[in-house]
Design a protein around this ligand. Structure first.
Ligand code: PLP
Length: 463
């Protein structure tokens, strides 16, 4: 299995090299050259298997020769061992034909653990046998950073630096990043917003001298291995509701488009997904684009679902690549327009291709809050604000005949203020995390300046 860049100008890589590289050298994102289909029998055969076994069967063809079967099974077993639920991704019914896929039973209580725990084990295995060492940098609006720090802490072949927007992540998110004591993990509070964090990470990757000097690697949602890990739960959820004999739809609370794009891959592999519904908060560039208004940046407005507070959605480039029939030059052109003019319009053909697969809607702050309360009143379930955005969209868009599966991306205790405002109930942390507020914090506040950040990183790895 080979991987190609969405901008068509970077060398083709194996799974292992695409994973260790992250962003392609032409600025693009790696995608598999072909998407291996599963037959209806193979999909039917997944029903009732353990999460780990489904993960092995789904991901195996994408990994190619990078890991042998036994090694890969071991990696998967270690990745999901620390989850707090035997099913890993259990389904809960909300209403007639509406189901919640709970993706928050990992060690940092958000769905990003599914990808990050796997990638931690994959990096450890790959670097260990190469006798190599890398520096991981990542930008986070909250959940990626804590998941990365949790997955990589204490691994001796890796230093991790996470940039988060100072003052714009929840206290639980911040503490999950700043309280691990392992010396190879570093939380950096940047004076700027999430798009600034993301831009500085991109700048570091485009500074080839720095990139090669510190052996930079990325584990942000652009990393193909992360997208791949997320494909698995689309299969476990859909097959437990009757796929491939019955179609299902998914609604996905969306920011950087990694999670919902994994659903697209599942669909291309043959899972009968009728629609992938993209749910955004008031930062609605994706909803505007999918509904035909072009892709034009605005101001990021902080919301009660902060992990979706973005204006530039990095993985959307992958969706565009397929919508433009894998035309890397066309994608490179759009990205150039985005950089120079703050946006671009999507061609009629590409828009049609997007709308065949994706639907979308946006949810206001008031509606989000009201949905948290309404879901509690109707079901007793307490949902996080990101999940509430998606539940609201799913309730509006679901049809009678097709089961709707809404992805529940974080535990409510990660966003206690928003949940308490909406319901009057303070959601408690799970017991394993109950002393989070007593642990000492370790964090460096840093200017939104490439040079300053690069110098800091070089100094830290030297010591
Ligand atoms: C990251 C995140 C999202 C958005 O996921 P993308 O893959 O970036 O679209 C939604 N909800 C929560 C809780 C998250 O942490």
């Amino acid at each position: 299995m080979r991987y190609v860049s969405t901008r068509g100008q970077a060398p083709e890589l194996t799974f292992e090299d695409a994973m260790l590289t992250g962003l392609a050298r032409d600025g693009g994102l790696y995608v598999p050259e072909t998407i291996p289909p599963l037959s209806a029998e193979e999909i039917a055969g997944l029903a009732g298997l353990s999460y780990e076994e489904v993960a092995f069967r789904i991901m195996r063809p994408f990994v190619g020769d990078s890991f042998d079967d036994d090694t890969f099974r071991g990696i998967i077993a270690r990745a999901y061992d620390g989850f707090g639920h035997a099913a890993r991704a259990p389904l809960v019914q909300l209403a007639e034909n509406h189901f919640l896929l709970e993706l928050f039973h990992g060690p940092t209580l958000a769905f990003k653990d599914f990808a990050m725990q796997l990638i931690g084990q994959l990096f450890q295995e790959a670097l260990g046998r190469r006798g190599d060492r890398v520096t991981i940098v990542g930008a986070t609006s909250g959940d990626t950073g804590s998941a990365a720090i949790e997955a990589f802490k204490g691994l001796d072949a890796v230093d991790v630096f996470i940039l988060f927007p100072h003052g714009r992540v929840s206290e639980v998110q911040r503490r999950q990043m700043t309280t691990p004591s392992e010396s190879n993990v570093h939380a950096l509070a940047l004076d700027g917003d999430f798009d600034d964090c993301q831009a500085r990470v991109k700048d570091m990757f485009n500074d080839f001298e720095f990139r090669d000097g510190v052996k930079l690697a990325g584990v942000n949602s652009i990393n193909w291995a992360r997208v791949l890990a997320q494909v698995v739960y689309y299969f476990t959820a859909a097959t437990s509701l009757g796929a491939p004999h019955r179609k299902v739809s998914f609604t996905v609370p969306t920011g950087n488009f990694g999670d919902v794009f994994a659903g697209y891959i599942a669909r291309r592999m043959g899972l009968p997904i009728e629609r992938l519904v993209v749910a955004t908060n008031q930062n609605d560039i994706l909803h505007r684009c999918i509904s035909g208004q072009g892709y034009h940046k605005g101001e990021t407005r902080p919301s009660i679902s902060p992990s979706m507070d973005i204006q530039v959605s990095s993985n959307f480039e992958r969706a565009l690549f397929f919508a433009y029939d894998r035309d890397g030059a066309a994608v490179a052109q759009l990205m150039e327009e985005l950089k120079s003019g703050g946006g671009f319009d999507v061609s009629q053909g590409a828009l049609q291709a997007l709308q065949e697969v994706y639907a979308s809607d946006r949810v206001s702050e008031e509606e989000t809050s009201a949905q948290i309360a309404a879901t509690r009143a109707a079901t007793g379930e307490i949902i996080c604000p990101h999940t509430a955005v998606a539940v609201k969209v799913a309730e509006d868009q679901r049809t009678k005949d097709t089961p709707m599966i809404t992805l529940s991306t974080a535990h409510p205790a990660k966003f206690p203020a928003a949940v308490e405002d909406a319901t009057g109930v303070h959601p408690p942390l799970p017991p394993a995390m109950s002393n989070l507020y007593e642990r000492p914090e370790r964090v460096t506040r840093i200017a939104n300046d490439l040079q300053t950040i690069e110098t800091h990183i070089k100094e830290q790895i030297a010591t």
